[in-house]
Design a binder for this molecule. Structure first.
Ligand code: AMP
Ligand code: MG
Length: 351
């Protein structure tokens, strides 16, 4: 398949021709990757079981891992869900459009192929103007998981999408690098107390401030086991992962850096190519290996923004092993560590 790639302009009027073409592809059951404020999404008609099957196939994604439906306006929600709890109304008023996905009881309109066989459906209204214009032009709820091959780090640029999906999908809309760089916060509002299933840019604290109560799926920062399954089916897969083996070294900054330096020397002696993922503040302590600065701990959004980008750069450099500092501080700490722990297959050394 020939994948068409178009660059989006800031001015949506100038994108009209591309958006119309992309909308037609979606209406005909094809696949279009597009930018959102979180990561790039791989869009298909969420009401068409065949389009959902194509998404799973293009990504190599297990078909029990449900897709998120993207809408452009609040009114589009009503026909997709069977009940809208009061907490959901409050959350939507405050955080939509934006990086927040809500889980509702689904209506009969939504096919089980889209929800991985579940009776609930995940819905988000993105704020990215290009994403919104595309959904509007298509006139459909767009099922859109991250536009990467299953198991690879999520794409934050159109080049990442092309690396994984060129030749497998109809079109890529290039809107430049995304703003946030981590997937949306997922909140299940179908139960008695709202529960975060995947942490993201919108934090538990912000949700508690609004609703009072908000629980937290314990699987978010722990390795899932036989008796311990995450509530979002996708969270059980080793995900977001670079090709290299990855280890997180956790502890006081200088002690952690010393341990990383020791491990790097050891690995180099074995002839292995080593990568280091560190904060700007601790960069000065590393003299060996391929060192990548993920961002500054003073502004955690820089760390979220660059995480997947850095993991892909390590892939390009063909490193054998990556040692990463831990970045669990602040409001975004849980979201960053959730991705980092999965990328590392939960390998952590505490010092
Ligand atoms: P991605 O599309 O790659 O951002 O992944 C979507 C995430 O949302 C996966 O972790 C899914 O398991 C989760 N998800 C989607 N729909 C549901 C649902 N109905 N219930 C629980 N989790 C869901
Ligand atoms: Mg994904």
């Amino acid at each position: 398949m020939n994948t068409r790639i178009y660059c989006l302009n800031e001015n949506q009027e100038e994108n009209r021709e591309y958006l119309e073409e992309a909308a037609a592809v979606l209406r005909e059951g094809g696949l279009v990757a597009f930018p959102t404020e979180t990561v790039y999404g791989l869009g298909g008609n969420g009401l068409n079981p065949e389009a959902s099957r194509k998404i799973y196939e293009a990504k190599g994604r297990p078909s029990d891992n449900p897709l998120i439906l993207h809408i452009a306006h609040r009114r589009e929600l009503d026909s997709l869900v069977s009940r809208i709890p009061e907490e959901a109304e409050l959350l939507m008023k405050k955080f939509w459009p934006g990086p927040m996905t809500l889980i509702f009881e689904k209506s009969d309109l939504v096919p089980r192929e889209t929800t991985g066989g579940l009776s609930t459906v995940a819905i988000r209204m993105p704020s990215h103007p290009g994403a919104r214009a595309l959904i509007e032009a298509a006139g459909l709820p767009i099922a859109a998981p991250s536009a990467n091959l299953s198991g690879r780090p999520s794409p934050t640029t159109a080049r990442h999408v092309a690396e994984d999906l060129d030749g497998r999908i109809d079109m890529i809309l290039d809107g430049g690098p995304v703003e946030i760089g981590l997937e949306s916060t997922i909140i299940d509002v179908s139960g008695s107390v709202p529960m975060i299933l995947r942490p993201g840019y919108i934090s538990q604290e912000q949700i508690r401030d609004l609703l009072g109560a908000c629980e937290w799926d314990p699987a978010i920062l722990k390795k899932p086991g036989e008796d311990f399954r995450p509530k979002a089916p996708g969270m059980k897969y080793r995900h977001y992962a670079p090709k290299a083996e990855m280890v997180i070294v956790e502890g006081e900054w200088e002690r952690a850096a010393k341990e990383i330096c020791r491990l790097v020397s050891e690995q180099k002696k074995l002839g292995r190519k080593v990568g280091i993922l560190c904060g700007e503040e601790t960069r000065k302590w590393y003299t060996e290996g391929l060192v990548k600065t993920i961002g500054t701990r003073q502004r955690e959004e820089t760390i979220a923004h660059n995480l997947y980008y850095c993991l892909r750069e390590f892939d390009e450099a063909d490193v054998d092993v990556i040692y990463s500092e831990s970045f669990g501080e602040g409001a975004l700490g849980a979201a960053v560590m959730n991705r980092l722990l999965k990328a590392a297959g939960y390998r952590v050394i505490k010092v």
